[in-house]
Design a protein around this ligand. Structure first.
Ligand SMILES: Cc1cc2nc3c(=O)[nH]c(=O)nc-3n(C[C@H](O)[C@H](O)[C@H](O)COP(=O)(O)OP(=O)(O)OC[C@H]3O[C@@H](n4cnc5c(N)ncnc54)[C@H](O)[C@@H]3O)c2cc1C
Length: 319
């Protein structure tokens, strides 16, 4: 077991929010560690092409993640990826984190950026065609379906609003929904119903995805009759909910009823010295740019907090 180590700041998660926080903190000469459960880069590495990151016309998510990682480590930020957290204590001035390999880390400030994941249908073919015809983000991928015929799955506000926004690109959008009514605001239902490019298949669900290099067909089962038909499609957008990766934070920091981390404008949480940023916080728009913006704010607020703490207890800073 490695000996216990103290940092000015520990960031949980190495997606765009965490890596940005790492860049700002270590550039401010604060001893910083990023702990990341998955591969460095977070959801960015699942993204074949990012075409809406300002200043970069087009880049693969993997490349963008590597540039952010290089920037952070060049300023001295340490990153431990592919490791999980066994225990985290955030409610005292000194925060403690124990990893699954037994290592214990302490920090004066913690920034939580564990991101999240879209709810999936969990049917055959979904994993195979993710990013090859199946998407969970209209803003990210809508443009790739210009003049194509696509399907939107879901019946809440996100599904209906995103279906309408996708008609800017797609020639036809078919909404597949499991019930005979929608769980969306009336105005969202009215707008989708009035759009001539949108049609509906109600009381139905996708049961399988098929194709070769990319998605070509879906099986749709009518839940009333039990009959399944195969439909040709260019793409499927799934909007059936979002799950923040905050399971390990239950009863450790304030979460709302959707289990998103509650933050103030400066990304501070209900606990002193604890900040949060990116897709795991309570917010509406989840993008690389918004994660990067949140990560910046959280790191600057944490830097301020650490300077105030240093003024109070000089020995706390370990530069
Ligand atoms: C397929 C796809 C395509 C997308 N395309 C685009 C696009 O084109 N443009 C765009 O702007 N946005 C796009 N997005 C959205 C964008 O990727 C996210 O909004 C962004 O990555 C969120 O950043 P984040 O840092 O908050 O979280 P994430 O990127 O989710 O990173 C969180 C990190 O934290 C780690 N983690 C989770 N739990 C723990 C834990 N307990 N302990 C330690 N580490 C943990 C995870 O392993 C992960 O590495 C896309 C998303 C997907 C899924």
């Amino acid at each position: 077991m490695e000996s216990y180590k103290h940092y000015d700041a520990i960031v949980i998660g190495a997606g765009p929010a965490g890596l940005t926080a790492g860049i700002y903190l270590s550039r401010a000469r604060l001893k910083t560690l990023i702990i990341n459960e998955g591969t460095t880069g977070g959801q960015m590495i699942l993204t074949h092409e990012i075409a809406n990151y300002p200043g970069v016309e087009s880049i693969s998510g993997y490349q963008l993640a590597n540039i952010m990682k290089k920037q952070a480590t060049a300023f001295g930020c340490e990153i431990r990826s592919n490791i999980s957290i066994q225990n985290i204590e955030l409610n005292k001035t000194l925060k403690t984190i124990t990893l699954s390999d037994g290592n214990l880390y302490t920090a004066d400030s913690v920034i939580l950026t564990p991101g999240g994941r879209s709810r999936t249908l969990g049917v055959p073919g979904e994993d195979i065609f993710k990013g090859r015809g199946i998407s969970y983000c209209a803003t990210c991928d809508g443009d790739f379906f210009t003049n194509k015929e696509i399907i939107v799955v879901g019946g809440g506000n996100s599904a209906l609003e995103e279906a309408v926004s996708l008609t800017k690109y797609a020639s036809k959008v078919t909404i597949v929904h499991q019930f005979d009514h929608f769980q969306a605001f009336e105005h969202a239902v009215a707008e989708a119903s009035a759009n001539s490019r949108i049609q509906f298949i109600m009381e139905s669900t996708i049961t399988a995805f098929h194709g070769n290099e990319s998605l070509e067909y879906v099986d749709i089962r009518n839940l009333k009759t039990g009959r399944t038909n195969r439909f040709k499609t260019d793409g499927v957008f799934i909007f059936i909910g979002y799950i923040p990766n905050t399971e390990f934070l239950k009863s450790k920091v304030e979460l709302n009823k959707w289990e998103e981390i509650v933050v103030k404008n400066d990304m501070s949480t209900n606990l002193e010295g604890v900040y949060a940023a990116g897709d795991s916080i309570a917010k509406r728009f989840r993008q690389v740019t918004t994660a990067v913006g949140d990560g910046t704010v959280a790191a600057l607020a944490a830097t301020n907090y650490l300077h105030e703490l240093k003024a109070k207890h000089k020995h706390f800073i370990t530069v």
